[in-house]
Each structure stands twice: as structure tokens, then as C-alpha cells.
Design a binder for this molecule. Structure first.
Ligand code: PEP
Ligand code: MG
Length: 588
């Protein structure tokens, strides 16, 4: 059989990108473009016809939205589908609609012009309300505005639900990704974005192969082209030859076999041959994922990114709403632990501020923003405490860079505990508080920070970004985003060793933990647990079960002496070969 290199090396129909979510899929392309609408302000010649057109367009938009809403409700938990409710509310607002009709009558301008003007006013009002969630809602409203205008112009519905296609787009928002994944998209391809962009993370957690950062994919690929997405290696093949397709069909077959063996590992511990057990926990980004987590064999949830709840809700849930979400999640995973991370707002995530920060990743993000907005933070802390009564919740702080942030946060937790006690509400008075180690200053200060908290979790996605000074979502510098760079692994070693000296557990919840190549190195460095997307747990478990901790430690020690990423990678690859360990990438 010919190798991949022989068949594809010089292939002209191969587009390279970044392997963002594993898996191989062969399907037709669906080009998702957000067309810029041109709005006419011409005078209306037939007023009745214009008004009829308007009514029809509103009716059609409502039908379309109802369809999306019902799919969302079916696929997500009902309260999560609320992101579409804001749009429905607009369509059902009699004052707004009446106003639009009146203006068409009085001004005799095209309804599309009036719709644009009126709904834009609404949007500006929301943005000027200076409330974070309003800004997000303004985006939702953009969507409904465009939908009505498109229907007035009798244009095709761009975001129509398409089954069994590979979505090709210049970029995808988390909401696009969720919506397409819920309508049976088989794969994702984007021109922009990096491995840790949130669209990539969501694809991974929903088990949909994705290749991102392909630069010109949207220009090369045509609607309906047959595509092969190789989410393991980060390639797309456009209109494959017979030989190419046969090659990939063979891979898919092998993948199915590989997965068969995995099921048997579900109930078994992630224990090395020489008896060191690693806790494998799950990262949860979308609340709907909880079913996947429960069936994945995870020993708990190591990272619940609560800011995703904001994406889904489109606003800040109340204390009661949050309590319900955390309660539900904690009881589904009980008696295993649920680590709830405080809202990590800012950076490339949920936008809270209505001004643009020059360097959002270095700005008011994570714990910094929460401490500036105590009321918001306390609402979340109270909800977490209320949901903690069964003692399986832990609370984690993102983006900590100085000691005072930990102390101030703990003080707020104590305040909230005191309040709840007064209110005679039950909570876990010994709730564990931990921090993410994802900023270089926290890594340097591990010993001191570890004295203040109950556990540490290393966030390599950000730690690498800040250590290497590489924007995690920028594909132009992705070659410098090196998880095996000696500076990264030495930093990891330092964090683990210093955390251990203070006798607290050290986990790693960045995407690096889900990279099969990294696993022996991370185990060898002494990590107690890894938190990864549920779909990768069994692959990682298989690797851990077929290796020796002592040998992995020796290999990690050797890697700590190297000066280039290439040497580190070569050494780990050698470890796999010498110890005859199956790695997904060797086979697929
Ligand atoms: C990280 O930074 O590694 C991490 C797990 O958090 P997030 O990806 O949500 O920033
Ligand atoms: Mg982070």
C-alpha cells in the first residue's frame, strides 16, 4: 500500500491547515458566507404592495426562526436555546412592528430601509445600556435584522439547516458552531482561527472533525465539492481522486476498529503498568455535553467553562438560574467532582465591556474583571456555594497573576458563606478553592500561590500564549505556539514540583493534555490528573495503561535537558516506538 506521503505530498488538491478536532470525514462542501446586504432607500411606488411584502417577510422570518428555535430546544437543554429568544421577541414586539409599518406609510421609503433603521436604533440602545449582556444581544438582533431584510429582498436563506455537509467558512463563532453541529454538520473548515479558538474547542468537544486556519479554503472550495477533512493531521482534500478516496476510506475503517477496542476501557482505571493512577477528568464547554461526559468514563469534570453559559444565555443568568445549572451538573456527575471555573470573561471570549481594549488578552480578563465587578462575582459565588451542598463542587479562579487576587476572592467567598449562613441556606463549608496556573507570574510564584489554595490546574492554552508571546488564535504565528518548547516543559516541571512540595494536587486542563503525543511527557512530569474533552478520554486512557511511569519519568527528565522543540518531539516519538504504544496518529 502506498503511504500518505506518496499519494498526497505533491497533491494539488490538498489544503493544509491546523488539526483542530480529530476524525476523518468525507462529505460535500457547504459554503457558509455572511453576505453583506445592500439596503435601498428608494421611494416606494406601490404602498400596499410594500406593506404586503413587509408582512410576508416578517411571517417568513418568524417561520425560519421557529424552526431554528425548535431544533435548538431539541438538541440543547431548553434554557440554553434562549439565545434565540431575543430574536423571537423582536419579531413579536407589536410597538416595533407598528412603528415600522407607520414609517413606511408616512415616509414612503422601502421597508428594508425602515427595518434597518428601526432595528439598528434598538441595537444602539442596547449597546448604550452599558450592560454586558446587552452588547451580546445586539449581535443576535443583527441576525434577525438581516434575516428580515433578506426575506424582503427575497434572497435565499443563508443559514438554512443543511444535513451531512462539511461547513466551510472564513470563521465561525461559537454560536455558529453549536448551531451547525446541532444540524448534523459533519465537519468544519475555516480560513481563520487557531487550535484553541473557541470554535475549535467546541468542535472537539462535540466530536466533529475540524481543520482551521486554512487561509484560502473559502476561495478554493466550491459549493458541493466533495471534501475529505482529516482532523488528525490538519488537511483537506478537495474533490479527491479515486486513489485518494480509497486511501481515506481505509483509514476510516481502521478508525472504527480502533474505537471498538476503546469501549472496553471505560470501566478500567487510567493506571500505568507500574501502578500510578492518573485521574482523567472532562472539560465541559457546552452544557449539553454532560451526557457525553457521563458516558465517557471521566472521573469527574475538571473544568467547567462557565463563560460558555453566558454565550448560550446571551446574558448573565440570575443567581437562581446559575444555581440550577450548577446543581444539575453536580448531581449528574455525583459523587465525582465538578470543578466550576469562575467566569473567564474577556480575551477572545464573552465580551463584557462596550469599549474595545487595545490588547484584550492582556486586559481586563478573568479574575481581574470579576474583582472589578464584585456584584457579578458574588452572584456566581453564591450560586456555586448553594449548589455545593452535596460536597462534590470545587471552585477555580482563572487568570490569577498576583497573590492579592487569590486573597480578595477568598474573602468574597467567606462573605458569601456568611450571608448564606444567615439566610439558613446549606452549602459546603469546606469547599475547595483552586487556581488556574496560566500566566507566567503564577508559574514563577507556584510555591507561594500553592500555600493559599487547595489545588492547581495548569491552563496550557494561555500559559503557552503568554510564555511564548503568541496569540493563541492567530494562525500567522501558530508555528511559534509550541507546546513542546523546552521553555514550556521546564515551566510545567517547575509548577508540578512546587505544587507537590506544598502537598496539593496539580492537574492540567489545557488542550495539550488531549494531545496523544504529550501524554507520556505529562505523566512523566508527575501530573496527578488531566482534564480533557470527553471524546478523547479513552484514547488517552489507552496510552496511560500501556506505559510505565518510571520509563516516562526518565524520558521526561531527558526532555528537560533539550534546547529545541524538535529534540523533545523526537524523544517522545521514540518513547512510543520503543515501548510499542499505540497512538491514534500512528494508525490514522
Ligand atoms: C487554558 O488556558 O489552558 C484553559 C484551559 O482555559 P481556556 O482555554 O478556557 O482559556
Ligand atoms: Mg485559559
Amino acid at each position: 500500500m502506498k503511504t500518505f506521503k506518496q499519494i498526497f505530498k505533491e497533491a494539488e488538491n490538498k489544503i493544509p491547515g491546523i488539526a483542530a478536532a480529530p476524525g476523518i470525514v468525507i462529505a460535500k462542501a457547504y459554503l457558509f458566507t455572511k453576505e453583506r446586504l445592500v439596503i435601498s432607500d428608494a421611494a416606494v411606488t406601490d404602498l400596499e404592495e410594500a406593506k404586503n411584502n413587509l408582512r410576508e417577510a416578517l411571517e417568513k422570518s418568524k417561520k425560519e426562526l421557529n424552526k431554528i428555535f425548535s431544533i435548538a430546544k431539541e438538541k440543547m437543554e431548553e434554557d440554553r436555546a434562549a439565545i434565540f429568544e431575543a430574536q423571537m421577541m423582536i419579531l413579536d414586539d407589536p410597538i416595533l412592528i407598528e412603528n415600522i409599518i407607520k414609517r413606511v406609510e408616512n415616509e414612503k421609503k422601502q421597508p428594508e430601509f425602515i427595518v434597518d433603521d428601526e432595528i439598528s436604533k434598538y441595537q444602539h440602545m442596547m449597546i448604550n445600556a452599558h450592560e454586558s449582556y446587552m452588547t451580546e444581544r445586539a449581535h443576535d438582533i443583527e441576525d434577525i435584522k438581516n434575516r428580515i431584510i433578506r426575506n424582503l429582498q427575497k434572497k435565499r436563506w443563508q443559514s438554512k439547516i443543511t444535513n451531512d455537509v462539511i461547513v466551510v467558512s472564513d470563521s465561525l463563532t461559537p454560536a455558529d458552531t453549536i448551531l451547525f453541529s446541532r444540524s448534523n454538520a459533519r465537519g468544519f473548515i475555516t480560513d481563520h482561527g487557531g487550535l484553541t479558538s473557541h470554535a475549535a474547542i467546541i468542535s472537539r468537544s462535540l466530536n466533529i472533525p475540524a481543520v482551521v486556519g486554512c487561509h484560502h479554503a473559502t476561495q478554493i472550495i466550491k459549493e458541493g465539492d466533495k471534501l475529505i477533512v482529516d482532523g488528525f493531521h490538519g488537511y483537506i482534500i478537495v474533490n479527491p481522486t479515486e486513489e485518494q478516496e480509497k486511501f481515506f476510506r481505509g483509514k476510516i475503517e481502521r478508525l472504527v476498529n480502533l474505537q471498538k477496542g476503546l469501549e472496553e476501557l471505560k470501566e478500567k482505571p487510567a493506571m500505568t503498568e507500574d501502578g500510578r493512577e492518573i485521574q482523567l477528568l472532562a472539560n465541559v464547554d457546552v452544557s449539553g455535553e454532560i451526557d457525553l461526559v457521563v458516558t465517557s468514563g471521566a472521573k469527574g469534570i475538571g473544568l467547567f467553562r462557565t463563560e460558555q453559559v453566558l454565550e448560550e444565555f446571551g446574558e448573565f443568568p440570575t443567581e437562581d438560574e446559575q444555581t440550577e445549572i450548577y446543581n444539575k451538573m453536580a448531581s449528574r456527575i455525583y459523587p465525582n467532582p465538578l470543578i466550576i471555573r469562575a467566569f473567564d470573561i474577556g480575551g477572545d471570549k464573552f465580551k463584557f465591556l462596550d469599549f474595545v481594549e487595545p490588547n484584550p488578552f492582556l486586559g481586563l480578563r478573568g479574575i481581574r474583571l470579576l474583582l472589578e465587578n464584585e456584584k457579578l462575582f458574588k452572584t456566581q459565588i453564591r450560586a456555586v456555594l448553594k449548589a455545593s451542598k452535596n460536597k462534590n463542587i470545587q471552585f477555580m479562579l482563572p487568570m490569577v497573576s498576583v497573590t492579592s487576587e487569590i486573597r480578595k476572592s477568598k474573602k468574597l467567598v467567606e462573605q458569601c458563606k456568611h450571608e448564606l449562613k444567615q439566610e439558613k441556606i446549606k452549602y459546603d463549608k469546606d469547599i475547595k478553592i483552586g487556581i488556574m496556573v496560566e500566566v507566567p507570574s503564577a508559574a514563577v510564584m507556584t510555591s507561594e500561590f500553592a500555600k493559599e489554595v487547595d489545588f492547581l490546574s495548569i491552563g496550557t492554552n494561555d500559559l503557552i500564549q503568554y510564555l511564548m508571546a503568541v496569540d493563541r488564535g492567530n494562525d500567522l504565528v501558530s508555528n511559534l505556539y509550541q507546546e513542546f518548547n523546552p521553555s514550556v516543559i521546564r515551566t510545567l516541571n517547575h509548577i508540578v514540583a512546587d505544587g507537590k512540595k506544598q502537598n496539593i494536587p496539580v492537574s492540567l486542563c489545557g488542550e495539550m493534555a488531549a494531545d496523544t503525543l504529550a501524554v507520556p511527557l505529562l505523566v512523566g512530569l508527575g501530573l496527578d490528573s488531566l482534564s480533557i474533552s470527553p471524546s478523547t478520554i479513552l484514547y488517552i486512557k489507552r496510552i496511560i495503561r500501556s506505559m510505565s511511569y518510571a520509563k516516562a519519568k526518565a524520558m521526561a527528565d531527558k526532555c528537560l535537558t533539550f534546547s529545541t522543540q524538535e529534540e523533545v518531539i523526537k524523544e517522545i516519538e521514540k518513547f512510543f516506538v520503543d515501548n510499542d504504544i499505540t497512538r491514534t496518529r500512528n494508525i490514522i
